[in-house]
Design a protein around this ligand. Structure first.
Ligand code: ADP
Ligand code: MG
Length: 257
């Protein structure tokens, strides 16, 4: 018997904190462990899709059609270059969705409904959220059981998190009683600075054992990997960035309750 699917929304309304990079590399790492993994790209930028080698200029169907036109999600799924890793891609069509969803029936639950169709096909679903707390992120939080929050090892790392946590609580109360923050991932760690160490210490003080032991370093290979359309864990598997993501992925897998 297979265990039920774990659905993780990767969210932080700040841009550039490493959400997409973490979705791409955690999902790839877990697929490399032999699990079946689906990435749902909910950012109109489509960076998770392109980071996994999907050409988003040539999409016949995207997550937009799933959310707005009731296209069956399995018709929008594409295989990535990594065995066992699949993607529901996004492109700029999705930019209008925040507004187009407003008058729709069940506007907060459309992704959850869509994912119910494929829940038994995957062990893990990672949802890459846009940098906002609008209806797309609400759809992600309504569909997920867990939230994984990447935190950038920078000044003001925790600023804005209170707002995210409030929204998670609201969704938890009103739409999705299963939702909880399960995982915090410290991203873009710079071992040369005192600041990074201070931020990690502060994050651990705040969030305790939700914070993964693995910390993702800032590396050139991670920064370059999107231009190759490949996760760094595939492109440079022995590098520091890949090793850190592999360790983080193992912790996520071990954390299955
Ligand atoms: P978000 O999805 O939160 O906006 P991204 O994952 O797109 O953030 O990361 C923002 C930018 O930083 C991207 O250009 C990405 O390639 C780069 N980046 C992310 N993590 C790292 C890292 N650990 N080391 C170097 N560059 C990184
Ligand atoms: Mg992103």
């Amino acid at each position: 018997m297979s265990s039920p699917v774990r659905i993780l929304a990767v969210a932080n309304q700040k841009g550039g904190v490493g959400k997409t990079t973490s979705v791409v590399n955690l999902s790839a790492s877990i697929a490399l462990l032999g699990r079946r993994v689906l990435v749902v790209d909910l950012d109109p930028q489509g960076n998770a899709s392109t980071g996994l080698g999907i050409d988003i200029r040539a999409l016949e169907r995207s997550v937009y059609d799933v959310l707005l036109h009731d296209t069956p999600i399995e018709d929008a799924v594409q295989a990535s270059a990594v065995k066992g890793l699949f993607v529901v891609p996004a492109n700029l069509d999705l930019a209008g969705a925040e507004i187009e969803l407003v008058p729709m029936m069940g506007r907060e639950t459309r992704l959850r409904k869509a994912l119910e169709r494929v829940a038994t096909d995957y062990d893990y679903v990672f949802i890459d959220c846009p940098p906002s707390l609008g209806l797309l992120t609400v759809n992600a939080l309504t569909a997920a059981q867990e939230v994984l929050v990447p935190v950038q090892c920078e000044y003001y790392a925790l600023e804005g998190l209170a707002q995210l946590l409030r929204n998670i609580e609201l969704v938890n109360t009103n739409l999705n009683p299963h939702l909880h923050v399960s995982t915090i991932l410290c991203q873009m760690y710079d071992s040369r600075t005192r600041l990074s160490a201070d931020v990690v210490a502060e994050v651990r003080e705040h969030f305790g054992d939700k914070v993964l032991n693995a910390v993702i370093p800032r590396t050139v290979k991670i920064a370059e990997s999107p231009s190759h359309g490949m996760p760094v864990v595939v492109l440079d598997p022995n590098g520091a960035g890949a090793q850190a993501y592999a360790a983080a992925a193992q912790e996520v897998v071990n954390g299955r309750a």
